[in-house]
Design a protein around this ligand. Structure first.
Ligand code: UDP
Length: 253
């Protein structure tokens, strides 16, 4: 069997050359990292769950006319996606104060924001993905003014879609991060949602109990990350019980 060409290996995913030009195979690993990879672990089954959840969200976005890189899921851990040029920004949308924003501004976690707040971080692990303003983005040429208008509109559409989908299953979308890619169609270029949308990149709280169902479970040692992600998948009807990853064989007495 021919070996595939690895294009890039990140913290949670590996990218391989796809079967056709302009495509990429995105492989979801079980590795979990937090605090810029200072905390690391392998969480059995996480990659399988994130592959299915990202497929679910990206498919829904494609169906409502928000373009994404997602083409199709290939197997338990891999999906075929469209190759794009990643804009070096993490686009964060917040509906409730949490995480770095709560800390930076001295706000209590959970405070509902008067309107969604969009933030941009420059993607650079060595610098710890620093928060930047549109001034930095324009001055350093990371994206044009037209790109920024498109990014804002995409981010807010993703926010409305995800908030509604999660609300319907009793989950509050506190915040999330997306990445944006540029694709070329002949003489035209446009922006699409890339990377992944999963509980690794969102904050999801149960509406009734406030229980955290996202990567904060790992960051803050709040219990089993697989259980939290499985609960999100179960509520969304994404992963039927029978296909949930079986972690270890157990002896039956
Ligand atoms: N986030 C992410 N990757 C990052 C940084 C943040 O997916 O490198 C997500 C994070 O899971 C949360 C949102 O973006 O849903 C806002 O994160 P925040 O800025 O509060 O940073 P954190 O507290 O996670 O360091």
């Amino acid at each position: 069997m021919a070996r595939r060409t690895k294009i890039y290996e990140g913290k949670a995913k590996i990218l391989y050359e796809g079967p056709e030009p302009g495509t990429i195979v995105q492989y979801f690993k079980d590795d979990a990292t937090a605090f810029n990879a200072q905390k690391k672990d392998v969480i059995e089954g996480k990659g399988v769950l994130n592959n299915r959840l990202s497929e679910f969200f990206m498919t829904g976005l494609n169906q409502i006319g928000v373009p994404t890189h997602f083409i199709k899921r290939l197997n338990m851990r891999e999906q075929l996606v469209r190759q794009c040029e990643i804009i070096p920004l993490e686009v964060i949308v917040r509906n409730f104060a949490a995480g770095s924003m709560a800390k930076r501004l001295g706000i209590e976690e959970g405070l509902q924001l008067p309107r969604p707040i969009v933030e941009y971080c420059y993607k650079d692990d060595k610098l710890g993905d620093p928060l930047v303003t549109e001034e930095h983005i324009a001055a350093f040429g990371w994206a044009s003014q037209q790109d920024m208008d498109d990014i804002l509109s995409l981010a807010l559409r993703v926010n409305d879609f995800l908030s509604g989908v999660m609300m319907a299953v009793g989950i509050k979308l506190v915040d999330f991060k997306i990445e944006i890619g540029r694709v070329y169609d002949g003489d035209f270029q446009r922006l699409i949602i890339a990377d992944e949308i999963s509980p690794d990149s969102c904050r999801l709280w149960d509406i009734e109990t406030g229980q955290k169902l996202d990567k904060d479970v790992f960051r803050r040692d709040l219990g089993s990350l697989t259980d939290a992600y499985t609960e999100v998948a179960r509520r969304l009807g994404v992963m039927p019980k029978s296909s949930t990853p079986i972690s270890k064989p157990t002896l039956i007495n």
